[in-house]
Design a protein around this ligand. Structure first.
Ligand code: HEC
Length: 193
């Protein structure tokens, strides 16, 4: 089956929305039966300025429902989605934005750009691209809307770059990561089909 751009974008967002609905008893169909917490508050604590508010199948989200990192062991251990984002960044973005999101002569530093950029804004740029018409040199950020290797991993890439922007994940490959959740593999299979 050939997915359309919109379908892929919807899939990438749907994973998060479903996660939020399931984890949040207030918005569930039966509000009087709260679901048990996924982890104790201690397990949710992350290194860095942004703290996750929830974890669902190994995917962490902040209080706004945006994907975020879970970093422990003094920056050495990251959640699986952040690790996946690191790998996808290196496969699809590094050629223009440079190693570790540091920027190049052609494309801006994403370590700077991601400071304060919410997920919806990020997703819009990745899906539709961006063109700086005022620059003396024509700068083009390609639209990745029909590229599954990017669209299926958009929250992952966002999470990795957010960790870089927050200064909680350093340069180079992170030393250790949490186990790959079964839900990740399942969602990946569905999206990449
Ligand atoms: C072909 C080169 C190229 C590739 C590949 C590329 N980008 Fe870009 N990107 C650019 C350029 C050039 C800009 C600046 C465009 C502008 O200023 O209008 C940009 C801008 C951006 C911005 C907006 C930055 C800001 O300050 O608003 C984000 C976010 C971004 N890219 C993320 C990514 C991600 C994530 C990937 C990998 C999935 C990626 N880019 C792959 C060239 C690229």
């Amino acid at each position: 089956m050939r997915c359309t751009t919109d379908a892929l974008a919807a899939l990438a967002v749907a994973g998060l929305v479903i996660g939020t609905l399931v984890a949040d008893p207030a918005s569930a169909a039966t509000p009087d039966t709260p679901s048990p917490p996924q982890t104790s508050p201690g397990d949710l604590k992350s290194d860095g300025p942004t703290q996750p508010a929830k974890v669902q199948d190994g995917q962490y989200t902040d209080k706004n429902g945006d994907p975020t990192y879970h970093v422990t062991d003094g920056g050495k251990k990251i959640d699986w989605y952040t690790m996946s984002g690191y790998l996808r960044y290196n496969a699809n973005c590094i050629v223009c934005h440079g190693p570790d999101g540091m920027g190049s002569t052609y494309a801006p530093s994403l370590v700077d750009a991601l400071k304060g950029m919410d997920y919806a804004h990020f997703a819009g740029i990745i899906t539709g691209g961006k063109k700086d018409v005022n620059a003396s040199q024509e700068l083009v950020m390609p639209a990745f809307g029909d590229n599954r290797n990017v669209m299926c991993y958009m929250p992952d890439i966002y999470t990795y770059l957010r960790a870089r922007a927050d200064g909680v994940v350093g340069r180079n490959r992170p030393a250790d990561h949490e186990a790959k959740p079964a839900a990740f593999t399942k969602a990946e299979d569905v999206c990449m089909k």
